[in-house]
Design a protein around this ligand. Structure first.
Ligand code: SAH
Length: 420
């Protein structure tokens, strides 16, 4: 697949490098030895690989025309559609840096295509124009390996909670390495290692795994839940540079109910500690949990923004527990993407796989609503069926990759790193 384009280093200052991609400049963190003029791959704002000039030139000559074609397509698609006067008044408040009141926020978040068809289009197009203005047509695609569905936690929303009666699996170290190698062969330059909170995988095991995957010259993102900070520190030191850890909900009472025995403040403290270590942190929340009040969505968005995530990751709760009904509509999720884009113009916003289960159109709509980052499940198929965080998740890898690339082509999105 190779959905990644190399760029040329044009300046370096300490660990910060500026990379040029066909005239677009993106900054990235570099802890390897690089010089001005080198060609590199970066992912999530981290230089992950250096490649020979001749190889880079070959790849770039293929992409040059294609890139212009994609850019043009994105320009055609990202056009502002005008909304009603009241919506346009809110947009101009935002553009002029004026604060929104609660009414404005509710108007945006709860706009629906039936009552506010024209305004919903206006909101999505406004967010899409902002995405293009700030981050151009770059789009990141990460591969995720779900290596264990054992979990010591019993989070009420989660399909792999300890109390769920599902077939459990653990991939061996060897299987994880093989899966990562497979993903790298398919062209992935960023690998997410995800599991339940599974203490079977010790610091020593995870260190070995990270070290081996690091040699494949990819960005390694960990999604292991609340493990010891010393473990995270050790894994950072051997090459993991990103973490995905959602706070799930900003409502601390609801948090206590859905994550028994846990406190929101501890989760947030861990997120901050991970940032302090130097990890790129992706965080966010579930949309539409039973027990939420009307203001929780706003609270979730505000808490996300306050945490200054490198990537926003939020998506609908998909029902896995009859006691927790799903109240998320596709429309609310898309409005949330647009709203986050409008609030934080430079945001990297993941269009989550959970959103994709709501509609075959969801991924496309999410990318057109302000999203610019995707994940593809590359877990070996014999295990992927059992990583049932929520129903409707499983699809064959090759098919997913083909579909995603053709979608990104049709939307004019290019595999240029989103930068830092
Ligand atoms: N154990 C780790 C990682 C696995 S869960 C952790 O807790 O961080 C990864 C994410 O999947 C969670 O953060 C949660 O937001 C999401 N998730 C879990 N169950 C879900 C469901 N039923 N619907 C949608 N997303 C879900």
């Amino acid at each position: 697949m190779c959905y990644a384009i190399p760029g040329k280093i044009v300046s370096i200052s300490g660990h910060k490098a500026v990379i040029d991609y066909f005239g677009e400049k993106k900054s990235a963190f570099a802890d390897c030895s690089i010089n001005i003029g080198d060609y590199v791959y970066a992912q999530g704002g981290v230089v992950v690989d250096k490649i020979r000039k001749v190889d880079a030139k070959k790849i770039l000559s293929f992409w040059k025309n294609k890139f212009l074609e994609l850019e043009q397509r994105d320009n055609e698609l990202a056009k502002k559609i005008k909304g009603s006067d009241s919506f346009e008044a809110i947009f101009s408040k935002i553009q002029n840096g004026k604060p929104l009141n609660r009414n404005d926020v509710n108007t945006i978040l709860h706009a629906n295509p039936y009552a506010n068809g024209k305004n919903v289009k206006a909101l999505r197009s406004f967010a899409n124009v902002l995405r293009k203005k700030k981050l151009k047509n770059s789009c990141c695609v990460h591969g995720i390996i779900e290596f264990s569905n054992y979990c010591r936690m019993n989070c009420a929303y989660c399909g792999i909670r300890s109390g769920a009666e599902i077939k459990r699996y653990r991939m061996s170290e060897h299987e994880i390495i093989l899966a990562a190698e497979g993903a790298v062969k398919l062209g992935f330059k960023a690998i997410v290692l995800q599991s339940g909170e599974d203490y079977f995988y010790t610091k020593e095991m995870l260190t070995r795994i990270v070290k081996k995957i690091k040699r494949m010259r990819v960005l390694i993102c960990l999604s292991l839940g609340e493990r010891d900070i010393k473990l995270y520190k050790a894994l950072y030191n051997v090459g993991a540079k990103a973490v995905l850890l959602r706070f799930e909900t900003s409502n601390k009472e609801l948090y206590k109910r859905i994550r028994p025995g846990k406190r929101l403040m501890d989760r947030i403290a861990l997120i901050k500690k991970l940032q302090k270590i130097g990890y790129l942190v992706s965080t966010g929340f579930l949309i539409g949990l039973t027990g939420e009040n009307k203001d929780d969505l706003i609270g979730n968005i505000m808490l996300s923004k306050k945490l200054k995530p490198d990537v926003y990751s939020f998506g609908p709760y998909i029902e896995t527990n009859p006691n927790i009904k799903c109240n998320a509509s596709l429309n609310t999720c898309l409005n949330t993407i647009s709203f986050v884009r409008v609030l934080d113009n430079n945001a990297k916003i993941l269009v989550t796989t959970a959103l994709e289960t709501l509609s075959p159109q969801a991924k496309k709509l999410g990318l057109l609503a302000g999203g610019n980052s995707l994940m593809i499940d590359v877990t070996p198929e014999k295990y992927a069926r059992f990583y049932s965080l929520y129903p409707g998740k499983f699809m064959e890898t090759e098919k997913k990759i083909k579909e995603t690339i053709s979608l990104l082509n049709s939307l004019g999105r290019a595999p240029i790193d989103l930068g830092r």
